[in-house]
Design a protein around this ligand. Structure first.
Ligand SMILES: [Zn+2]
Length: 147
């Protein structure tokens, strides 16, 4: 089998990506760094494959930057989804405990100017609860009492 240098390079890159993802041969890199590098390399191979032949060198070089940008957008999206999941979990937990305590919570209302902060009040006692993806301030009394 006769391979071109390009095919060898691509094969080596695919292997490098799998080595980075698996991690045991490159233990000195932390997991997040390995995943970022693997993602950039995978995207680089994809984007170079999509390039037409004989484009100017600067466009080929630009694929490296585009690979880094695309990988970082992807990791931001994943991080955002994780934060939203934590936020929603906190909301469900607060709703469950409030309901056991007899409170009747309003709909969650987004705190103005913040994407990950929500508040709700008890429609009977006026008690207040605030949640974000990182914290919960629960000012509801142990038992709901109309004031
Ligand atoms: Zn209440």
């Amino acid at each position: 089998m006769k391979q071109t240098k390009l095919e060898q390079l691509e094969l080596a890159l695919h292997y490098l990506v799998s080595v980075l993802e698996e991690g045991s041969l490159v233990e000195r890199y932390d997991k997040a760094t390995r995943e970022s590098l693997a993602d950039v390399l995978r995207l680089l191979v994809e984007k170079v494959n999509d390039l037409p032949l004989n484009v100017p060198d600067n466009l080929v070089q630009a694929t490296a930057v585009r690979a880094i940008i695309a990988a970082s957008e992807r990791s931001n999206a994943v991080e955002l989804a994780n934060r939203r999941e934590k936020l929603e979990r906190s909301q469900r937990e607060v709703e469950a405990s409030a309901s056991i305590q007899g409170h009747l919570l309003s709909e969650w209302e987004q705190v103005k100017g913040s994407e990950m902060e929500y508040q709700a009040t008890c429609q009977v006692c006026g008690g207040f609860v605030y949640v974000s993806d990182t914290s919960v301030y629960n000012l509801l009394l142990d038992t709901c009492q109309r004031l």
